[in-house]
Design a protein around this ligand. Structure first.
Ligand SMILES: [Zn+2]
Length: 125
């Protein structure tokens, strides 16, 4: 198991999830990808039937914290859902997947000074 941090694409709050190192993360999006099925953080999201995890910012079984470099006393999270997408393969080929709505960049694309992207095995760019 590895600890991986995910950033809310809306507010930058950080969720920490334990997950199997064999799972490869594809992206984090504010909308579900077409064809992906999502578990919630309290489900067995590492089971083969799931292609990703739906997180509700600030809620659920993940542990949440404010974006780095912020000092706030209120609870982190904007209450909006976002979606962690695992890499999917069909017939040995990676499925590219397209967001059902607008495409957003990964959190690490937020630029200098922004939150750093997730780290850990499974992330190689
Ligand atoms: Zn948020």
């Amino acid at each position: 198991m590895v600890d991986v941090s995910y950033y809310c694409p809306r507010c930058g709050a950080v969720a920490e999830l334990d997950r199997d190192a064999r799972l490869a993360d594809k992206s984090v999006t504010p909308f579900p990808l077409e064809g992906w099925s999502y578990a919630s953080a309290s489900d067995d999201y590492e089971a083969d039937e799931w292609d990703g995890v739906k997180l509700v910012c600030g809620e659920g079984d993940a542990s949440w914290s404010h974006p780095p470099d912020t000092e706030r006393d209120d609870a982190p999270g904007c209450g909006e859902p976002f979606f962690l997408n695992f890499v999917r393969f069909e017939d040995g080929e990676e499925v590219s997947g397209s967001p059902e709505s607008e495409h957003v960049r990964l959190a690490e694309g937020m630029g200098p000074g922004g939150p750093r992207g997730p780290s850990g095995p499974g992330f190689s760019r």
